[in-house]
Ligand binder design. Structure first.
Ligand SMILES: [Zn+2]
Length: 480
């Protein structure tokens, strides 16, 4: 599993004697050095700063001053400057959180009061996710990096997974509770503070996929971890407190509510049809694409790049050779896309090389379409979004399929969807945009250059948006 990631033998850099009063640490991993025959060439490429060796990702494991783990992921052999000591005088934090089960719904709630002290909208020159430089030490001691992952200093879940089994307190079913064990990691997608995931090139996006895969393999092996959840929040509208492009990985000690519902639905579907729910779902969506388009898709001439390939009512946005993206039949959000590998796998570690190779093109295309949805007088209005990667929890690998649920809370260039009475109060979503319309828009914006569209499309969109906005307002007022 995770066949493309190999460990580098980290070279400890400067030791902690440079006047820092705290504990400085930089321990190189003792993992096996990359053994691929091409590693020498990859190293030469990396040092020369040229294009990186395709198909080989190296990781370097180090430790931050307070004992948290930091891992660098590099395409090819990383520069020896990766294992740089963290010279900050950081005290180890002892986060304590608790999980409690709602006796009415069975949902687990994490209570982490210590998170109130976490970093909140720091100025750009104090960004903790930028590489360190002289006089400005961040969470990343190295002066540069490609992708870096570290344990969150203010985690919602912490502690040694497996030391406290969940669920506890079976003798008191109304008050099931336990320590919030697990692990929360931050994934820095790039050293470029002003970039966004959609700005990455395909090689770099592949590196992030390799990092997600590696984290999934490693964290799901920890005792007590039930599910590894990789996600990205993008945009202040979502509540992002750090502008630097990054995502997170949560190793959860429980099965979250949405997954629990999917497990139930998959079991019912299996009982009723003898088939897998996700297999049927993806096949049905792909079948809605114009005949021949899906079968003829390839990396050179992918189907799904021309709206004319699709009937009006198709919800498919992109049909690749190995991946399919579609707006779900009962989409909850104004613009919501689910992305599945065509071949069902339980999690990132199950993807084969063909699927991994096609992923960057498909995923970057999707994100860029989201960024083209909301133009405002020729100016690009980037869509705030949540990218949520669903992976099979432990024990459900046979039925639950790896997939992405990508959605934005933006309805129009100047209107957001807020979760209010029906959604927050009852978990009943009211969506103002028809899923088939959303799919059509997402197909159209794939054709237009960024932040622009044909006059015809603009006129049509404006008209529809206006109508939709009026309807929105009325509906929302009616709900109040
Ligand atoms: Zn930054």
């Amino acid at each position: 599993m995770a066949p493309t990631v190999t460990d580098a033998t980290g070279q400890p850099g400067a030791n902690g004697s440079a006047g820092a009063s705290g504990t400085a640490a930089a321990s190189g991993t003792t993992g096996t050095a990359a053994s691929a025959g091409s590693s020498a060439q990859a190293g030469a490429d990396a040092q020369a700063g040229t294009s990186r060796q395709a198909g080989a990702t190296t990781r370097t494991v180090t430790e931050l001053a307070d004992g948290r783990e930091l891992i660098y992921y590099d395409r090819g052999t990383p520069p020896t400057a990766r294992a740089v000591a963290d010279l900050r005088p950081l005290d180890a934090v002892a986060p304590s959180s608790e999980v409690r089960q709602d006796p009415m719904t069975g949902a687990w709630v994490t209570v982490a009061a210590h998170r109130q002290a976490r970093t909140y909208h720091p100025p750009a020159d104090e960004c903790p996710l930028c590489p360190s430089r002289e006089g400005r030490l961040s969470e990343i001691p190295a002066g540069d990096y490609q992708v870096a992952v570290f344990e969150n200093r203010f985690p919602s879940l912490a502690g040694e997974p497996g030391t406290h089994p969940v669920p506890p307190a079976l003798d008191d079913p109304l008050h099931s509770r336990g320590p919030g064990i697990g692990r929360c990691e931050v994934v820095c997608f790039t050293a470029d503070h002003d970039a966004s995931f959609a700005d990455l090139d395909e090689d770099h996006a592949r590196l992030v996929l390799d990092a997600w895969t590696d984290r999934t393999a490693e964290l799901s092996a920890l005792p007590g971890v039930r599910q590894v959840y990789c996600f990205e929040n993008r945009g202040t509208e979502i509540g992002v407190t750090l502008a630097h492009p990054h995502g997170q990985v949560y190793a959860l000690p429980f099965v979250p509510p949405r997954t629990a519902k999917m497990i139930d639905r998959a079991a019912r579907h299996r009982a009723a049809t003898g088939r897998n729910l996700f297999d049927d779902l993806v096949a049905a969506e792909r079948a809605s694409v114009g005949s021949g388009s899906v079968a003829s898709a390839s990396a050179d001439s992918p189907a799904g790049n021309s709206p004319s390939d699709y009937p009006e009512d198709s919800r498919v946005v992109l049909a690749g050779e190995y991946w399919t993206a579609f707006v779900p039949f009962a989409a909850r959000w104004p613009y919501e896309v689910h992305l599945f590998p065509n071949r069902r796998v339980p999690d990132f570690t199950g993807l084969n090389e063909d699927e991994r190779a096609e992923f960057p093109r498909i995923y970057l295309d999707l994100l860029r379409r989201f960024d083209r949805l909301f133009g405002d007088g020729g100016q690009q209005v980037r869509a705030p979004y949540i990218a949520a990667w669903h992976q099979a929890p432990a024990g459900h690998e046979d039925e639950i399929a790896l997939h992405l649920e990508l959605f934005t809370v933006r309805r129009t260039a100047d209107k957001l969807k807020y979760l209010a009475g029906t959604e927050s109060g009852m978990e009943a979503f009211m969506n103002d945009v028809a899923p088939e319309f959303a799919a059509r828009r997402l197909r159209e914006v794939g054709q237009a250059p960024a932040a622009a569209s044909t006059p015809e499309t603009t006129a049509e969109t404006t008209a529809e948006t206006t109508t939709e906005t009026t309807a929105d307002t009325t509906a929302e007022e009616a709900q109040r």
